[in-house]
Design a protein around this ligand. Structure first.
Ligand SMILES: Cc1cc2nc3c(=O)[nH]c(=O)nc-3n(C[C@H](O)[C@H](O)[C@H](O)COP(=O)(O)OP(=O)(O)OC[C@H]3O[C@@H](n4cnc5c(N)ncnc54)[C@H](O)[C@@H]3O)c2cc1C
Length: 420
């Protein structure tokens, strides 16, 4: 891995021990009791591949996108849906892939999840026809990049009341509007866009469509997001873009249902990335504090260092167990159409996403303070991970929106019992 610009001041012994291989070894000790034999085999294969084929190609001065085709060659752009001849797919496999990739390169994983899961999952679930299959092939190979366009300047948390319009004609649609914070947007090839034909009835008139880079009328400008410099995030303007009918994933009204069901998968995939960041920074701190000395002894010997680290590990183990539980529950959202169950799952995934992304931030922030100045340099991966964790907490819906969904979910239970 090629680092940024700073000089190396890490002691040789610590550097030799702080390898990704060692971080994975420690991670596996915690994770293996929670997963099946097949999942363990998958995880170990992913880790081995990332160390041998991906890590030597990572350059922290460059965008993450040239790394996509490396992942694509091994069918590691995503593992949520079945693609290719593998039987190892589903949300639990996706979470393992996200954790392993995030431990190695959290910015790469963020961009991968957007293209491989958040963009592609609706195509797997709702897409039909040869053209959609071709789009999926391009994205799964890592050669082309997908992104999602929900958020607008005045409609972020209030996503439903979007102002982007879609007019339907006999053989095409016309898309007009501006979306912001489009991750991967400035470099993206495909844009999964939500828009409405009647702004006064967004629920009844929402569409979900795919716009493509070469279509006339698309303008993408990069936003200055400083915490993830290797991921391009943009403002995306659609100026009377003509969309062929084969690019419609959800017709009038169905878009609203797809928007909300898609958010559960989005949140679950982000949980995997956040947990990966938590493990990366917690294990880095564990190794570093056991080898770095002050006052003639490893700083881990001071309980003021080891107790907070132990506490963070305890919380992370609990959050990881919960993350796997939410991944297992996700399968049921696809199987059952009972609204009670769908609501429960929306609240459960929101609560877990809130917890995991907030914990990733907390662990990164706290371990930075516990390790000291070195953790502010590029000699350790903690500061980079801390920056990415901030973004993980806002994408897929701000913290308050996750808590809103939880609060509504738990209130519904009381309501059903007729206490209110
Ligand atoms: C780096 C980055 C990447 C992103 N990637 C994508 C992407 O790829 N595609 C996409 O569509 N979007 C993306 N987003 C957008 C992200 O999902 C939104 O930022 C998020 O949904 C919040 O919307 P907003 O920023 O417009 O905040 P606003 O809606 O303006 O809200 C601002 C703040 O007000 C508070 N708030 C608002 N409403 C309520 C309420 N009802 N109750 C309590 N508190 C409330 C919250 O604290 C919130 O953070 C990205 C954002 C960032 C920063």
């Amino acid at each position: 891995m090629k680092k940024i610009t700073g000089v190396d001041i890490l002691e040789d012994e610590i550097k030799e021990n702080l390898t990704t291989r060692n971080i994975y070894e420690i991670f596996n000790n915690f994770i293996i009791p929670l997963i099946s034999e097949e999942e363990r085999d998958f995880l170990e294969n992913v880790e081995d591949f990332l160390i041998k084929k991906l890590e030597p190609k990572i350059d922290l001065n460059k965008d993450v996108y040239p790394l996509f085709p490396i992942l694509g060659k091994k069918n590691y752009i995503q593992r949520l849906n079945q693609y290719g001849d593998t039987e190892r797919f589903g949300m639990r496999y996706e979470m393992l892939l996200a954790m392993a990739t995030s431990i190695m390169d959290p910015e790469l994983d963020l961009a991968r999840v957007v293209s491989g899961d958040i963009f592609a999952n609706p195509l797997f679930l709702h897409g039909k026809g040869e053209h959609i299959a071709e789009v999926l092939d391009n994205v799964m190979s890592g050669e082309k990049i997908g992104c999602l366009c929900i958020t607008e300047r005045e409609h972020g948390c209030d996503a439903v009341n979007m102002q982007t319009t879609i007019e339907e004609y006999e053989d095409h649609l016309i898309l007009n509007g501006e979306k912001v914070y489009t991750s991967n947007g400035p470099i993206g090839d495909y844009f999964l866009v939500f828009g409405v034909s009647n702004k006064n009835d967004p629920r009844g008139s929402m569409y979900q469509i795919i716009a493509e880079r070469e279509m006339e009328g698309i303008e993408v400008n990069r936003l200055g997001i400083q915490s993830i410099p290797r991921v391009q995030v943009g403002q995306t303007i659609f100026n009377s873009v003509k969309i062929p009918k084969q690019n419609v994933l959800a017709a009038r009204g169905q878009g609203y249902k797809n928007l909300f069901s898609g958010l559960v998968a989005e949140r679950d995939a982000i949980i995997g990335s956040s947990l990966g960041i938590g493990w990366l920074t917690a294990i880095t701190a564990l190794i570093y504090t056991n080898l770095h000395t002050q006052f003639g002894r490893p700083i881990y010997d001071f309980q003021a260092v080891s107790f907070p680290i132990a506490k963070l590990f305890t919380e992370l183990m609990a959050a990881t167990e919960l993350g796997f539980k939410s991944a297992s529950e996700y399968r049921k959202t696809l199987k059952y159409s009972d609204p009670k169950f769908i609501k429960y799952n929306a609240a459960f995934s929101s609560g877990t996403k809130f917890l995991a992304s907030n914990l990733a931030y907390k662990i990164s922030y706290e371990t930075q303070q516990l390790c000291g100045g070195i953790a502010f340099t590029d000699n350790l991966r903690i500061d980079k991970a801390l920056e990415v964790s901030k973004v993980q907490e806002i994408i897929g819906g701000a913290r308050n929106i996750q808590l809103y969904l939880v609060s509504r979910g738990i209130r519904d239970i009381v309501k059903r019992l007729a206490l209110l």
